[in-house]
Design a binder for this molecule. Structure first.
Ligand code: GA4
Length: 333
């Protein structure tokens, strides 16, 4: 994706008004995984924000930067080369188009299905040059963040006082789990054109919640990620390239009967620096029921949600627009 000089002609859909300068959020809950109270901090953060930062994880920085370098080399290639990695929606290489319903963003990406059981080929195998190094960087990284997400999901169960500590992470460990990995590249959008359109921002990835259980995000040192607080205020998350940010997804909101909040978030383009992010989305097997856990609802009538499987939810969610509240049709009236 190349940012040309005629940015004035950019699709209006890319633009949002943010007249007020955005607030830098300095109170992101920070969880040190080795801290004895990590489980309590995690649960509190999931209830209040649906979002927190993990420090002191033991994923080597080398494994992360290997993948970042490989991703950057891929995205720096000519457009025609990158397009060789295009697959059927939504997997493979994509540029600007997000989902199936006309959502667009100033972003290009590679989307992988990490489940070997699901027949969605590795898009890197479609490229002419040997992409073994890139493929193994993706595999090494996704395995490490899968383990990290399972560790976090266990701490969540523990923190909630659930006896069966693997109640969440068994779904990610399941050989039929439906997990996705996404590499995003948000090119810098340039100062002049943005000033010309009067204090507006360019949308990299529009506001949405993640449909899966948990998302593990790592980005380079470029800002852009914003989350929406309970009161509806959008705040900017200071980047931290050595840590991981965790989002609660819709599936976990359902399983905790709304006690954990699936966090609404978005990415705005930076004027000067390009942003590279890598996100692991931990999803349950397609046939798994996403009902609230019995230990979290005293009577069945207290459940806020109808009964449905992850497969049913995913199918419905993928038909909607990014900003839609996808859980509404699954709520009990
Ligand atoms: C958001 C989280 C993941 O990036 C993703 C996205 C997916 C896509 O890019 O095709 C979706 C979006 C995400 C939520 C609603 C639907 C599906 C675009 C969209 C409009 C890969 C996912 O699983 O859901």
């Amino acid at each position: 994706m190349v940012v040309h000089s005629q940015q004035g002609a950019l699709n209006e859909l890319f633009l949002i008004k943010t007249c007020k300068p955005t607030n830098l959020f300095t109170e992101v809950p920070e969880v040190d995984l080795s801290h004895p109270e990590a489980k309590t901090l995690i649960v509190n953060a999931c209830k209040e924000f649906g979002f927190f930062k993990i420090i002191n994880h033991d994923i080597p920085m080398e494994l992360i930067s290997n993948l970042e370098n490989e991703a950057l080399s891929f995205f720096m290639q000519p457009q025609s080369e990158k397009e060789k990695a295009s697959l059927d929606d939504p997997f493979g290489y994509g540029s600007k188009r997000i989902g199936k319903n006309g959502d667009v963003g100033w972003v290009e990406y590679l989307l992988f299905n990490t489940n070997p059981d699901v027949i969605s080929p590795n898009p890197l195998l479609l490229l002419e040059q040997n992409q073994n190094v890139f493929s193994s960087a993706v595999n090494d990284y996704t395995l490490a963040v899968k383990n990290l997400s399972c560790e976090i999901l266990e701490l969540m169960a523990d923190g909630l006082g659930i006896e069966q500590r693997n109640v969440f992470n068994r779904l990610i460990r399941d050989e039929k789990s439906d997990c996705i990995f996404r590499l995003n590249h948000y090119p810098a959008c340039g100062e002049l054109e943005l000033q010309a359109i009067g204090g507006r921002n360019l949308i990299g990835f529009g506001e949405h919640t993640d449909p899966q259980m948990i998302s593990v995000l790592r980005s380079n040192n470029t800002s852009g990620l914003q989350i929406c607080l309970r009161d509806g205020t959008w705040v900017s998350i200071p980047p931290d390239q050595t840590s991981f940010f965790i989002n609660v997804g819709d599936s976990l909101q359902v399983m905790t009967n709304g006690s954990f909040r699936s966090v609404k978030h978005r990415v705005l383009s930076d004027t000067a620096m390009s942003r590279v992010s890598m996100i692991y989305f931990g999803g349950a097997p397609l046939t798994e029921k996403l009902a609230p856990l019995p230990s979290l609802v005293s009577k069945e009538e207290d459940s806020l949600y109808k009964e449905f499987t992850w497969g049913e939810y995913k199918k419905a969610a993928y038909k909607l627009r990014l900003a839609d509240n996808r859980l509404t049709p699954f709520e009990k009236s």
